[in-house]
Design a protein. Structure first.
Lengths: 557, 346
């Protein structure tokens, strides 16, 4: 009866909305399309040189990193998820959300922190030398700044993705299935391996692919540890060799990796439907872990929280207290202002774009708007390095073309209008983080029945008026959350900012990176602390969602 | 005419949802589109509201053309109010703000006065500051009505307005809504799948099936003179008894010969189906047909019997709640049919 499919749900003339939706999506797809086009351009000399010398290293580095981080995040994420989801032990309710805390740490900051702790000149080895009387070279100490080191660092901050999704899957599993298992005599261990784990496979695949996408996107850690990966390769080709096409072609290969991951994730999620339990959120009688086993569980959950959050935070605090008196000056405040201002504007722009796309799709549902929204929402999977190269190439081309045209016709030089401006940085942020806002907007709009729109229209509101008077007031909470999450994501973002920022424009993340690169780890602490503290905000938001989804919670929605 | 629909066709791609819809509503008239779900009635209503474009035909409101292929006047510029199936009250606004929503351009004092008046009219003067979720279904319904009436629309549309309410509430509320609409002199078009609601609310009813309006008329017309087998079947109960045309005004059936003018001329000997309503079958010891009680349903005010005639065809019959006949017993019946309704037998 009511319209399905392609109809224009807004009534009247479609007006500007569908056009604006399509144009926005296309604009946001520009960086990815640019990079993808380099798959089809003939390779230059530098590329041939690269392919023969460094490319195998980049591929091997990235693959080893992914393998290591995959094993690491699963090894930490699954047990902690299982323990907090279906067992009871001392501190369980605390760990339910505390296990998310490492998400607040960008990988590069935890890498700097552990380097400061474990390096030759760090407090640990110094103490060791004092105690034993050995000097440097007399003993073997595990080196941090290596590929295995990077694996550990990334696993410590990325396991929460696996934890989150695995835990939700364990909670979602049909209670009846697990109870049937118990009546058939399978205890916690057998129930876990024979029932829960196989059922949770699709969720694990999703969590793992998120962690691996972050791994592929990481630049700060691998750069600092000197590990050869795609991102470090792209930087080296871009800045070291100054070869834009070759860098773009490297980025295109990285893009291929990311899309493969995306496809695998999609595919595993498609199967997820068949695995979904029908049991709903009935209270599951938890396995009571008493005595020693209970404390062992506590310990198992404490380790990732301690090493992924508490210890590095304490170290940073100690350094910050030491360096703050000199470090926190006018320049630092300027950094804060830059970072917070940039993040606020980016969050706002991203939200407005998400509203435009989400609402445009609601007004004119159909294959065109659906694919537009899908394309525009891809950014979360694309590494910041790739987006930055994808932004800078078309922007520079535009600037050069405009400059040449203006010289020819008016005899004036327009110089660089787009590249090297904050506009380019903001555009890259919008491409990268739009999906965060878009998901929030789409989920929020989905909860508002279309009849609400129709009612407002029949009472005299235009489509824009409906958005302003009905949707925005109803979505206030959701939108605020989306703003906050993008704000923090921008604050943490490193590689795209590094490539695109205007000359002499610094942010907290960039300054942290620069100081760490100069081995001034303690001096980097105040800026790093600011980023980590801001990073706790989305963790709190997440943990509140978790509390609400806990079975038996009063307002389980 | 306040509302004119002329050859309206609505569809998407290869699907045609409404075909050649044609009807008019006079000022102050309450019309109704009645039909099973999926018949296109809601789509037609939404087209009148301006939410669906036309593929063919015209829609005029008070003489002004509001829809034709390629041009659809926006809903907010039609002066048409609408009450939705689940009311679609704005959850973030109080009852008074919901009712006053369409009055944003009026002066504050005037808006307050109109809101107060309307809450009085729908019998909820004390609920102005409540929020929608604090109201019962029936109260939400009335707020939705008040909200739609507030801007004094030229035409009010109601989409299944009673379907989300308890069955016990529906008929009473339907009559109440009719009284309010009549008092306000409002022209209205209602959509429902429930004939009792349609009879209780509307002056004229269009029965729809598979995108077509099969017949437009008032309740008794639809019941007594259905224009198609579908209308005969959809409105009220009854059976189609096989028969043969004897002469110009006589049909022979297993229940005897029935006399009366036929709706169309059939040559003698034509096989036809004669519509027999339960209230046209009377249990009468003097009756000429004997039949056996095959089933019996007690419905409170009456019994509904299913009788089987000697040659196998069946008849429905209502009797007063005191006339009980055991299953299997044989009774005498007679037919008392005032308007012959026959369809060609296929």
């Amino acid at each position: 009866m009511p319209s399905e499919g392609q109809s224009w749900r807004g009534g009247g003339r479609p007006g500007i909305w569908p056009l604006a939706t399509g144009a926005t999506a296309l604009l946001l797809a520009l960086p990815v399309l640019t990079i993808a086009s380099f798959l089809f351009t003939p390779a230059g000399e530098v590329w041939h040189h690269l392919a023969q010398t460094r490319l195998p290293d980049y591929i091997a580095g990235s693959l080893w990193l992914m393998l290591g981080v995959g094993v690491g995040t699963l090894a930490i994420g699954i047990p902690s998820a299982w323990l907090t989801a279906v067992c009871d032990f001392p501190g369980r309710r605390l760990f339910e959300w505390a296990l998310l805390l490492p998400l607040a740490f960008p990988a590069y900051i935890i890498a700097y922190t552990y380097t400061g702790l474990l390096d030759v000149s760090g407090p640990l080895q110094e103490t060791l030398r004092e105690l034993t009387g050995w000097s440097y070279g007399d003993y073997w100490f595990p080196p941090v700044r290596t590929l295995p080191g990077a694996v550990v660092m990334l696993s410590l901050v990325l396991y929460p993705y696996v934890y989150l999704l695995a835990r939700a899957a364990f909670l979602d599993q049909s209670v009846a299935v697990l109870e049937a298992g118990r009546t058939l005599g399978s205890g916690p261990w057998r129930g876990f391996f024979t029932i829960a784990l196989p059922l949770a496979r699709p969720a694990l695949a999703t969590g793992l692919s998120l962690a691996l996408m972050e791994t592929l996107a990481d630049y700060g850690t691998v750069q600092f540890f000197g590990v050869d990966t795609f991102t470090t390769g792209i930087f080296r080709t871009w800045y070291g060799l100054g070869d834009a096409p070759a860098a773009a072609q490297l980025a295109a290969v990285l893009l291929g990796f990311v899309f493969t991951l995306l496809l695998v994730e999609r595919w595993s999620r498609r199967r997820a439907r068949y695995f979904h339990g029908a049991g709903g959120h009935r209270h599951f009688p938890r396995y009571q872990l008493g005595g020693l086993r209970g404390w062992a569980a506590t310990g198992a959950c404490l380790i990732p929280v301690a090493f992924g959050f508490l210890l590095p935070l304490l170290l940073l605090l100690r350094w910050a207290l030491r360096t703050a008196p000199q470090g926190v000056d006018g320049e630092f405040l300027q950094l804060m202002a830059n970072s917070f201002g940039l993040a606020s504007v980016a969050a706002l722009i991203t939200l407005l774009l998400a509203l435009l796309l989400g609402y445009g799709r609601r007004l004119a549902p159909g294959p065109v708007t659906r694919s537009a929204v899908r394309i525009a929402g891809m950014g979360y999977a694309i590494p910041g390095t790739v987006i930055a190269i994808g932004v800078i190439i078309p922007f520079a081309a535009f600037d050069n073309a405009l400059d040449a045209w203006a010289r020819d016709h008016w005899g004036i030089a327009t110089g660089l209008l787009l590249s090297g401006t904050l506009g380019a940085v903001l555009f890259a942020y919008a491409v990268r983080f739009l999906s965060v806002s878009l998901q929030a907007v789409e989920a929020g709009l989905g909860r508002i029945r279309p009849a609400m729109d129709d009612a407002a229209r029949s009472l005299g509101l235009t489509p824009g008026g409906v958005l302003a008077h009905i949707h925005l007031p109803l979505l206030r909470g959701t939108l605020l959350t989306a703003l906050l999450i993008v704000f923090v994501d921008v604050l943490k973002e490193l590689p795209a900012t590094l490539i695109l920022r205007p000359f002499n424009f610094n942010t907290l993340a960039v300054r942290t990176y620069e100081l760490a690169s100069d081995e001034r780890l303690a001096d980097a602490a105040p800026a790093a602390i600011a980023i980590v503290l801001a990073g706790i905000i989305p963790v709190i938001l997440l943990s509140r969602t978790i509390a609400r989804s806990r079975p038996g919670a009063a307002d389980a929605a | 005419m306040l509302l004119e629909a002329q050859g309206v066709e609505i569809g998407y791609g290869a699907v045609t949802v409404v075909k050649g819809a044609q009807f008019t509503l006079a000022p102050g008239e309450i019309g109704c589109l009645l039909g099973p779900s999926g018949c296109g009635k809601t789509t037609l209503l939404r087209a009148v509201a301006g939410f669906e474009p036309l593929r063919a035909g015209r829609l005029r409101i008070a003489g002004e053309e509001v829809s034709r292929p390629g041009t659809t006047l926006a809903p907010e510029r039609r002066g048409v109010g609408m009450v939705f199936q689940e009311f679609a009250l704005f959850p973030h606004l109080s009852v008074a703000d919901n009712v006053g929503f369409g009055l944003r351009r009026r002066a504050a004092a005037e808006r307050r006065r109109r809101v107060t008046d309307l809450l009085e009219v729908v019998g909820l003067p004390h609920c102005a500051d409540a929020f929608p979720h604090q109201l019962s279904g029936g109260q939400q319904q009335r707020v939705a009505l008040a909200r739609a009436l507030a801007p004094c629309p030229r035409l009010l549309l109601l989409d299944e307005p009673f379907s989300s309410l308890d069955v016990a509430l529906r008929e009473g509320l339907a009559r109440e809504v009719r009284a309010i609409l009549k008092k306000e002199g409002m022209t209205a078009l209602l959509v429902t799948h429930d004939q009792q609601e349609a009879f209780a609310t509307a002056d004229s009813i269009g029965v729809m099936q598979a995108g077509c309006i099969e017949q437009w008329g008032d309740g008794p017309q639809l019941y007594h003179r259905p224009a198609s087998r579908f209308v005969a079947d959809f409105i009220g109960q009854g059976v189609l008894l096989p028969g043969t045309v004897l002469a110009e005004e006589a049909v022979e059936t297993a229940a005897g010969v029935v006399n009366g003018p036929l709706p169309a001329s059939y040559p003698p000997g034509t096989r036809v189906a004669l519509l027999v309503r339960p209230d046209e079958v009377i249990a009468d010891p003097q009756g000429g047909v004997s039949a056996q009680v095959e089933a019996c349903a007690f419905r409170g005010a009456d019994y509904l019997y299913t009788f089987r005639l000697a040659e196998g065809s069946k008849l429905l019959c209502t009797t007063s709640s005191y006339h009980h006949h055991p299953l299997g017993s044989t009774l005498k019946l007679r037919l008392n049919i005032r308007h012959l309704v026959v369809f060609p037998q296929d």
